[in-house]
Design a binder for this molecule. Sequence first.
Ligand code: GDP
Ligand code: MG
Length: 162
Amino acid sequence: IYGITAIVGRPNVGKSTVFNRIIGERKSIVEDTPGVTRDRIYGKAEWLTKEFRVIDTGGIQIENQPFKEEIEMQVEIAIEEADSIVFVVNGRDGLTKDDEYIAKMLRKSQKPVILVVNKIDDLQFMDAIYEFYALGLGDPIALSGTHGIGIGDMLDKIVESF
Ligand code: GDP
Ligand code: MG
């Protein structure tokens, strides 16, 4: 095992879709399903003969928890358990305050962060990635979890991060 990477981000940005792409099967439940069991959030992946583990922190949920506490807990678990973090944002929503909040926690952690701008299903949406440079987390990678665009670029960066 080369390392562990953890996927973080606001609800609905496509974390579980990206997780399923990385592990190459549909294990994590796409859509917000309350009470997702913990075993669904751990996956094994392989890229260019390198094996690694993936955690979908979005599946770690506590009932009736305000957003900030829940996301804070998810990011803390990611930072503690993983060697690198895949931070998923939604290119269609653009940059949000909540993205900035998460980015701040990630910058503080000093762990390598792979910033992926999801829902870029078409080249015409490519310009949406540029505003995410403002997060101070390096070059954003354009991705479409549902269409399978940018997955190889993301996997290259994940493997490099270990
Ligand atoms: P999570 O809450 O962050 O885990 O997000 P999910 O993976 O459950 O996805 C939330 C919704 O966004 C679902 O309806 C997905 O089908 C959709 N979605 C995920 N990735 C993409 C994408 O690349 N493009 C588009 N158009 N929709 C996506
Ligand atoms: Mg999810």
